[in-house]
Design a protein around this ligand. Structure first.
Ligand SMILES: NC(=O)c1ccc[n+]([C@@H]2O[C@H](COP(=O)([O-])OP(=O)(O)OC[C@H]3O[C@@H](n4cnc5c(N)ncnc54)[C@H](OP(=O)(O)O)[C@@H]3O)[C@@H](O)[C@H]2O)c1
Length: 245
């Protein structure tokens, strides 16, 4: 086990599965003390049992400002600081704009965009104290919009805009902002879609290529957060080799 993050404290949102879970484990393997946060407490408890070092499991709904403030406060209370925020929680509920169930749009904007902003708002004072790092999990959909993912893309384009403003406001105060933009990663993400055509399209896409694994994204996060303090890796676009767009 390496210890490049020894003594540092990380908070990972959406750590109950997929990219968040893998990233929490990778940061822990590098020596960080990690708070893992999401709504499915049972999944977080089993993750904490797998970790090489102590993890703090936190009940978090990023759409709820009070829950966000409480998770950040609990992390700082338990570990004494916050050095790395991995802002990863997200949902993708794709489908055509015409006739869409608008409640799914609200859910995506509240989770992916507003929730991610609330996390930054609550964490920033602590990150400024220690010269911390904010990892914003966006997507290739935050760079290129496609049919049937208009709202998801809008949330990820929004993350890019917010992150660039944030970077300009805090970088000379020692806080680094990293936007990670994965292509297709094999996770539960597409399984929450309620449109069977979209689920089938995702399955077909997965079968057509060697998809990324959550660990591939976790490695990219570790790379960014373990750079020397004067190096800010601001953006990582990472696709499966077989993915064209
Ligand atoms: N998979 C891909 O191909 C891909 C590509 C590009 C970007 N991404 C992004 O990567 C991030 C992680 O997704 P994933 O692929 O790892 O999918 P996933 O396995 O479905 O993970 C999503 C995570 O978000 C959490 N979450 C959802 N709503 C939440 C809420 N209201 N409050 C707190 N946590 C919430 C979920 O936990 P609970 O349900 O337990 O709360 C879960 O841990 C997302 O932002 C996604 O947009 C994924």
């Amino acid at each position: 086990m390496s210890n490049t993050l020894n003594g540092l404290v990380a908070l990972v949102t959406g750590a109950s599965s997929g990219i968040g879970e893998a990233t929490a484990l990778a940061l822990s393997a590098e020596g960080a003390r990690v708070a893992v946060a999401a709504r499915r407490a049972d999944r977080l408890e089993s993750l904490a049992r797998k970790a090489p070092d102590e993890m703090l499991a936190l009940d978090l709904d990023v759409t709820d400002q009070e829950s966000v403030r409480a998770a950040v406060a609990a992390t700082v209370e338990r570990f004494g600081a916050l050095d790395v925020l991995v802002n990863n929680a997200g949902v993708m509920l794709n489908g055509p704009i015409l006739g869409a169930d608008i409640t799914q749009w609200t859910r995506m904007v509240e989770t992916n965009l507003l929730g991610s902003m609330y996390m930054v708002h609550a964490s920033l004072p602590h990150l400024l104290e220690r010269g911390g790092t904010i990892v914003q999990v966006s997507s290739t959909s935050g760079r290129i919009a496609s049919a049937y993912s208009g709202v998801y893309s809008a949330t990820k384009f929004g993350i890019a805009a917010f992150s660039e403003s944030l970077r300009q406001e805090v970088t000379t105060r020692g806080v680094r902002v990293v936007v990670v933009e994965p292509g297709f990663v094999a996770t539960e993400l597409t399984s929450h879609n309620t449109d069977p055509t979209m689920v089938a399209a995702a399955q077909e896409m997965a079968a057509s290529m060697r998809t990324l694994r959550s660990e591939d994204i976790a490695n990219a996060v570790v790379y960014a957060v373990t750079q020397p303090e004067h190096v800010a890796v601001n953006e990582i676009l990472i696709r499966p080799t077989d993915q064209t767009r």
